[in-house]
Unconditional design. Structure first.
Length: 719
């Protein structure tokens, strides 16, 4: 078998970066706008790439009732347009919260860059009811946005801004950056648009449609309930998964809409599920998307599995299990959910479950305040809205009830904007060992490499040796190893001599960042062992006794030497039972300490939350969990291959399948070996170490794991 570099074609990540511009974080003021309180103190200049988010406290920018924002102090007439400044430069995309304060007839609003046009709704409203919605709107020339009233009657409007996405050229391509587009309708059950049946979506049924964004990205999806036979709610989620979290709560006979941030599934599809006892007619449009991958920089978007943060009906989130009274507020913690940090800006979906009087809800970080609505609600009706709200320094957010009656509230999060650059560990060097031959010079060759890696600050080094083998079929008379990528074979004593040279070089050279761990790894391929000539049980015994145990003397100089095994189901001939047999017999040796499992999870699902499922070659996620934890919970750590973001999700799902007990030694990438798909022995390009580590960090946080990986190590080829 050829031990080439093993890469799987799962969810790719875009690596290029967009243009950088220098902006001031926070709005200094809004030029040309008078009568609006709350000028914002700038946080100082910061260089942001195209598509990154600049947060601010919610700031009013227009109100037709008062004339704020330089608009006429008068209702907006039927089919008329109002033009106002939003405090962001042309070409950027503003997070605009639009509120319908009153109206004389039902209708809908379009919002678009000044000078343009749009036939897509951002708010659907009902005569006599207060309604609101968040929209992501491109900013036109001079910093202006237009809103048009599509109705047969007048409407009173207000709008506020909670931040903007930096515009510029070239287009945003960094992971987590926002790619703005003109609002485009992608679904309508009334017309069959989007390839869906031309029929109402029945009770408890789902539909699947393309959103025009690639798998792994996150789409800004505006979902509209056009009509319904019963009250209910809609869930939106990546195709192939499921969700029990609402994106729109609707009442029978009422047109309602909401903006949702939804991960895109395989093939570019998203699913909508109707949670109701009746039918619903639904439409959806897209106003942009966030580039998939592992966000690293401030202002980029990190998607998370929709997660309930609080519910006053159940007390979820540590809030009182009671309705929120008139003029009262509720405080709940968001930091820590799915890896969300204090100071970040979360996509918070706020749901009014029931209310005794009409009113509105404000959302703001702990230590702050706000007189700006995020949800306007009508007594007795279920209503909801998405808001972008900053998390306080203590990790908490407040919701305040501005009403003369009580209200039941719930809130969930669907992602967050990073408030600072992600701090990535220093990359350690790992090696495909192919440059030794059993000669006496091997020790010198490896000494030089050990010295280089120590001086580079490596904290975790994986030396990928190859497969255990015997010299002749059915005859284990001289066991040893066949190196990766060829047929070169060493006996165990020859290998130990070479590795001792590496360890001596590592210990002798300055520059090591404290104690280091060196992992000597084989794999579970049975081809080189001969049919039953070198059974898995004996291979496990020999790797412990004849390779790892003889190298333990280096502990006195601060080096921990551990054994590893690249166990996987796809490329190697060993089956799952043989893997168990190898591990059990290896771990029976008490002198070798922790075992590092550095394999891949071939064929396992790559969708968020896909647990208790089957993987490649009939292996299951539960079996992977057993191999990586269950056989010896205190002595097995995982160093997963994270060459793609999909592999990170595979391991997060395996961890969640077993109850989040895996202990991760770090993340393993092979960018130095496979910087491009055309590099020798490669199939696709590996993630860079920073992205591989971040992908695993985010995936584990989404899966509920408490302990993130602390190390990243990158494989290179030693020829």
């Amino acid at each position: 078998m050829n031990f080439g570099l093993r890469l799987r074609a799962v969810m790719p990540t875009l690596l290029a970066t967009g243009a950088a511009v220098t902006v001031s974080v926070g709005f200094v003021g809004i030029a040309g706008v008078t009568g609006i309180a709350g000028a914002i103190t700038p946080e100082g200049p910061r260089t942001l790439q195209t598509g990154t988010f600049v947060a601010q406290p919610s700031t009013p920018v227009m109100d037709t009732r008062s004339g704020s924002g330089g608009v006429p102090k008068a209702p907006l007439a039927a089919l008329h347009t109002v033009r106002f400044k939003v405090g962001a430069v042309a070409g950027s995309t503003v997070a605009l919260h639009v509120v319908v304060a009153s109206s004389s007839a039902s209708g809908w609003l379009a919002a678009y860059p000044d000078g343009g046009s749009s036939s897509v709704s951002v708010v659907n409203y009902v005569h006599g009811q207060q309604q609101s919605n968040l929209a992501l709107v491109q900013v036109g020339t001079g910093g202006y946005v237009d809103v048009t009233n599509h109705s047969s009657g007048w409407v009173e409007l207000a709008a506020d801004v909670s931040g903007y996405y930096v515009g510029g050229s070239p287009a945003a391509t960094a992971p987590g950056s926002f790619v703005s587009q003109r609002s485009t309708q992608v679904l309508d059950t009334r017309s069959g648009l989007g390839g869906v049946p031309k029929a109402a979506l029945a009770a408890q049924r789902s539909l699947r449609f393309k959103v025009g964004a690639p798998a792994g990205s996150t789409v800004a999806l505006h979902v509209v309930v056009a009509s319904s036979s019963k009250s209910g709610w809609l869930a939106a989620y990546p195709d192939g998964t499921s969700s029990a979290v609402s994106v729109v709560n609707y009442s029978h006979g009422q047109q309602q809409s909401n903006l949702a941030l939804v991960l895109v599934g395989s093939g570019g599809y998203v699913d909508l599920m109707n949670h109701s006892t009746g039918w619903v007619q639904v439409a959806a449009d897209v106003s942009g998307s966030y580039v998939g991958g592992a966000p690293l920089t401030a202002g980029t978007f990190v998607p998370v599995s929709s997660t309930l943060a609080m519910d006053t009906r159940t007390g979820a989130g540590g809030v009182p299990k009671t309705a929120l009274g008139a003029g009262r507020s509720v405080r709940f913690k968001v930091a820590g959910l799915r890896g969300i940090a204090a100071g970040s800006t979360v996509g918070l979906h706020v749901v009014v479950a029931s209310s005794t009087k009409s009113g509105w809800i404000a959302a703001y970080p702990s230590g702050g305040s706000s007189n700006v609505s995020v949800v306007n609600y009508v007594a007795g009706l279920q209503q909801s809205n998405l808001t972008l709200t900053r998390v306080g320094p203590d990790g908490y957010i407040y919701l305040a009830n501005h009403s003369t009656g009580s209200v039941q509230l719930s809130a969930d999060v669907s992602g967050y904007q990073r408030s600072a650059d992600l701090v990535v560990p220093l990359t350690s060097t790992s090696r495909y060992v192919r440059n030794i031959s059993g000669a006496t010079s091997d020790a010198s060759t490896m000494y030089t490499e050990g010295c280089t890696d120590a001086q580079g600050g490596s904290a975790l080094v994986l030396l990928d040796i190859g497969a255990q083998s015997v010299t002749a079929p059915l005859s284990p008379s001289s066991p040893g190893v066949t190196l990766t990528g060829g047929t070169t074979r060493l006996t165990y004593p020859q290998l130990v001599t070479a590795i001792n040279g590496y360890l001596d070089g590592f210990a002798a050279c300055p520059g090591s960042q404290g104690p280091a761990t060196i992992v000597i790894s084989t794999n579970n391929d049975g081809v080189f062992s001969g049919a039953n000539g070198y059974p898995a049980e004996q291979r496990g015994i020999d790797w412990a006794a004849h390779v790892i145990a003889p190298l333990q003397g280096h502990a006195a100089v601060g080096l921990t030497v551990l054994g590893g095994n690249d166990i996987e189901s796809g490329d190697f001939a060993g089956d799952e039972l043989q893997a168990e047999q190898w591990e059990t017999n290896y771990l029976a040796n008490p002198t070798v300490g922790t075992l590092i499992y550095n394999g891949s999870a071939d064929g396992c699902p790559t969708n968020y939350g896909a647990v208790n499922q089957t993987c490649g070659q009939g292996w299951t996620q539960a079996q992977y969990y057993k191999l990586t934890h269950g056989l010896s919970p205190s002595r097995i750590k995982v160093l997963p291959q994270v060459y793609t973001s999909g592999q990170a999700l595979q391991w997060a799902n395996i961890d969640a399948t077993g109850g989040n007990g895996l202990v991760f030694a770090g993340a393993l990438t092979e960018y130095a070996a496979c910087p491009t798909a055309t590099s020798p022995g490669c199939v696709i390009a590996s993630l860079q170490p920073s992205e591989g580590w971040a992908s695993l960090l985010y995936a584990l946080a989404n899966g509920g794991a408490a302990a993130p990986p602390s190390v990243v190590t990158d494989l290179q080829v030693d020829n």
